[in-house]
Design a protein around this ligand. Structure first.
Ligand SMILES: [Zn+2]
Length: 215
C-alpha cells in the first residue's frame, strides 16, 4: 500500500517536471520525499521522488543540469546523499540545524539555521543565496521542495516563519525562476502544524503565489 503510494508520488513528480519543461512551472500536490536514500527509506519517505524524476530526465536527455532547492525545515539528506559527487544535480538545502535528521548528509550547499529563526533573517539569507545559486549552476530545471514545516506553528520544525513569511519564501523562489527563465517543478514536502487549516493554508499559498507570478 505504502509502496504503491510512493510509486504514484514519484510518477507525479516526474510528470510534473515534464509539465514544468513545457509550461515553465508545474506543481505536484504531493511529493518532496527527500529523506529516502538509494537503498532505504526513512522519515515518512519510501522513494525519493525528486531524485527519481531528475535521474529519468537526465537519462532521457531532456535536461543536462538540475538544481534542487529544498526549503523543508528538515535537511534533504536522501537527495544530498544520492547526488553526492554527481555534477549534473546541484543540491541546496536550507533547514533547521537542530531539526531531523540529527546526522546530516552533505548537500552541495547546506544552510543550517539556528532554532527559532524568524521571517526577516530567514528571508534575507534565502534572498542572498538564490540568485547566486542559479547563476553558478545555470540549471535547465529547478526542483523546489516547498515543505511548510518551517512555520512557527509546526510541531516538528524549529524555525519560526509566519504564514506571510512562508508565502514570501515561495515568492522569492518563483521570482528567481522567472527572472532567469528556468522551468520549476514544485513538490509539497512536510507540514505538521497543530491546526490542519494552517498546513492547508500554507500549501495553498504556494499554489496561489505560483499563479500570481506565472499566471
Ligand atoms: Zn520536513
Amino acid at each position: 500500500m505504502l509502496v504503491e503510494r510512493g510509486r504514484h508520488i514519484a510518477k507525479g513528480t516526474y510528470d510534473c517536471a515534464k509539465y514544468a519543461l513545457q509550461y515553465g512551472i508545474a506543481l505536484n500536490i504531493a511529493g518532496g520525499t527527500h529523506h529516502a536514500f538509494e537503498d532505504h527509506g526513512e522519515g515518512f519517505c519510501i522513494f525519493n521522488d525528486i531524485a527519481l524524476a531528475a535521474n529519468a530526465l537526465l537519462i532521457e536527455n531532456l535536461v543536462k543540469k538540475v538544481l534542487v532547492i529544498d526549503l523543508d525545515v528538515h535537511q534533504g539528506n536522501g537527495t544530498a546523499a544520492i547526488f553526492s559527487g554527481y555534477d549534473a544535480v546541484f543540491t541546496f538545502s536550507m533547514h533547521g540545524d537542530k531539526s531531523y535528521p540529527l546526522r546530516k548528509e552533505k548537500s552541495d550547499l547546506d544552510i543550517g539555521l539556528p532554532d527559532h529563526t524568524e521571517d526577516k533573517l530567514y528571508l534575507n539569507i534565502l534572498k542572498g543565496a538564490l540568485n547566486q545559486l542559479v547563476e553558478k549552476t545555470d540549471p535547465d530545471l529547478i526542483f523546489y521542495q516547498s515543505g511548510v514545516d518551517v512555520l512557527k506553528t509546526d510541531k516538528l520544525g524549529r524555525i519560526n516563519l509566519s504564514m506571510e513569511g512562508c508565502k514570501v519564501r515561495d515568492e522569492l523562489v518563483f521570482m528567481t525562476a522567472q527572472k532567469y527563465e528556468i522551468p520549476i517543478a514544485v513538490t509539497m514536502g512536510g507540514g505538521y502544524s497543530h491546526r490542519l487549516s494552517d498546513i492547508i493554508n500554507a500549501h495553498a499559498n504556494t499554489f496561489r503565489t505560483a499563479r500570481q507570478i506565472f499566471g
